[in-house]
Design a protein around this ligand. Structure first.
Ligand SMILES: Cc1cc2nc3c(=O)[nH]c(=O)nc-3n(C[C@H](O)[C@H](O)[C@H](O)COP(=O)(O)OP(=O)(O)OC[C@H]3O[C@@H](n4cnc5c(N)ncnc54)[C@H](O)[C@@H]3O)c2cc1C
Length: 491
């Protein structure tokens, strides 16, 4: 029986190659139940005109070009913009009705991570940040956050419009409301195309290079590439529906939290009164909003959600929505300045902090971060940030600032290249790293920079007809530098 390369293959591969990985990773994965794999062979297909035929099914081809990007978040945007500007024909597919990923569905989650060592990473990330910073009445509020550096508190509604105009002016081919669902394999290590699902039904996208920016490594997993998920116990960080609370007397609120940081006393009182407030929620993650009389609420914490499982996601969305309303009622009842508070807007979906991370040609470790390891020969992005390990498993949020603000570590090129695939790279939070390393390196603006490297490398493999692992990293660095990236902290 021939299978789409999928998670069953992944289990077999894991077993065979576990010696390459720490044992804890091996056991974590072996304990996961095998998934159902469809009994089809996506290797057997033919193309006639604008249609491909797979297993008797005719699927229209909507793109046949150089680079296909799955996922329109910060990682996907950086990649698609870079490849397009370098002259590649590019399509980006996004399951939501807007681009931006967490920048847009995070209700204004501050764009962070772009200033490791207090110096900009430059390139597309800085270009986007500059636009967002200088947007007049819609301008982001840039605040220097202790431990985290400069954060761009922004209006996600503005970001959605801004990025729409940006990609339209660039002439980027965008397909919204469209979800990557399957791979068309060329051989065991390469994709010929991807299958997407939308209102139009199933459609095919053919390309020479693929960028998996789904935030969950959906493409890599579907193609059978190895990955890790969570920590040594398989535990992932908690999810959050972010929202903005309007109708707040912000001065009164700010004055109150000086005497009750994290709202601990108020929560104690609410519990004593039998008022429902979750112990998991993190009320120290409330900030002054970007709009008048508002608070930005990054407080809900839904534990145990697996963002790669629709049932788990559904439960988390329901729990998250209930939690938002409970929080609002708690704020109204117990917190000065919030009596008239109401929900201004919420993230359109729960924010997922981590799921799959690929097994790549290289790997960023926790020690690399702590040692501020620099690899000038392979760096594609500078990075810094505290280990922000948010409600993982049963643990409480733990923010460790072991990385000094004036310094940084490098993310090497091999971290975006899956060991098992030739013409796919990842961009975004799924790059190859230990789980603690990701807690330090997942800022949105930063991942736009990782995307720029992925998109630039994609154009290089298309031109040279080579595999991603064979990219000349020095030439990649040269191109990135030419395009405004500061890989070495020189500026
Ligand atoms: C609650 C929370 C708080 C955070 N706080 C901060 C913060 O303060 N500052 C900061 O900088 N970062 C923060 N982060 C981290 C940051 O938001 C993420 O690390 C970053 O957004 C990851 O970028 P990405 O492009 O990999 O994924 P995403 O931003 O998730 O984008 C992935 C995109 O791919 C799309 N997609 C997914 N699957 C498919 C598919 N199969 N087909 C088509 N499209 C698909 C999604 O709809 C989405 O648009 C936070 C994250 C969360 C969840």
């Amino acid at each position: 029986m021939l299978y789409i390369r999928g998670e069953q293959v992944y289990h077999e591969i894991n077993y065979m190659r576990f010696r390459e990985l720490p044992c804890r990773t091996f056991f974590t994965r072996l304990n996961e139940p095998p998934r159902i794999i469809k009994e089809t062979n996506m290797k057997e297909w033919t193309k006639e005109g604008n249609v491909i035929r797979i297993n008797g099914e005719e699927i229209p081809v909507i793109f046949d070009g150089d680079v296909a990007v799955a996922g329109g978040g910060p990682g996907g945007l950086g990649a698609a913009i870079a490849a397009k500007r370098l002259g590649a024909s590019v399509i980006i597919v996004e399951l939501n009705g807007f681009l931006g990923g967490m920048c847009s569905y995070g209700a204004g989650m501050p764009l962070g991570g772009a200033y490791p060592g207090l110096k900009t990473i430059g390139g597309i990330a800085e270009e986007i940040l500059t636009c967002v910073r200088t947007a007049g009445k819609d301008a982001a509020d840039v605040r220097h956050m202790p431990l985290f550096g400069d954060w761009y508190f922004h209006d996600a509604e503005y970001f959605k419009s801004f990025i729409a105009k940006f990609v339209r002016e660039l002439g980027l081919k965008v397909r919204l409301h469209t979800m990557f669902s399957d791979v068309i394999m060329k051989d065991d290590r390469s994709l010929a195309g991807i299958i997407v699902d939308s209102k139009n039904g199933r459609e095919a996208i053919l390309a020479k290079a693929f960028i998996d920016a789904t935030g969950d490594a959906d493409v890599c997993a579907r193609a059978g590439a190895r990955f890790e998920k969570g920590d040594e116990n398989g535990d992932m960080m908690g999810g959050t529906i972010v929202y903005n609370l309007g109708g707040v007397d912000v001065d009164a609120y700010m004055a109150y939290i000086k005497e009750d940081p994290g709202l601990k006393k108020a929560i104690e009182k609410a519990h004593a009164d039998g008022f429902p407030v979750s112990d998991d929620d993190k009320f120290s993650s409330i900030h002054k909003g970007v709009r008048p009389n508002s608070l930005f609420m990054n407080s809900v914490r839904v534990r145990g959600v697996d963002g790669t499982d629709a049932d788990s996601l559904t439960e988390a969305e329901l729990e998250g929505r209930i939690r938002v309303q409970e929080e609002v009622e708690f704020m109204r009842a117990y917190i000065p300045g919030c009596k008239e508070a109401y929900i201004m807007n919420t993230g359109s979906q729960i924010g997922i902090r981590d799921t799959r991370r690929i097994i790549g040609e290289d790997r960023l470790t926790e020690k690399d971060c702590l040692d501020l390891r620099k690899r000038p020969e392979s760096v594609i992005l500078r990075c810094a940030g505290p280990f922000d390990n948010t409600t993982r498993g049963h643990a409480r949020t733990n923010v460790l600032n072991d990385i000094i603000m004036e310094e940084w570590y490098d993310i090497p090129y091999g971290c975006i290249v899956p060991k098992d695939l030739d013409n796919v790279v990842v961009s975004g939070r799924t790059f190859s790293c230990e789980c603690m390393a990701l807690t330090s390196s997942r800022g949105q603006a930063l991942l736009m920079g990782l995307g720029q490297a992925a998109g630039t490398a994609a154009k290089m493999i298309v031109d040279a007809g080579i595999a991603f692992k064979d990219v000349d990293v020095a030439a990649l660095q040269e191109q990135l530098t030419k395009d405004g990236c500061d890989l070495f902290g020189r500026e």
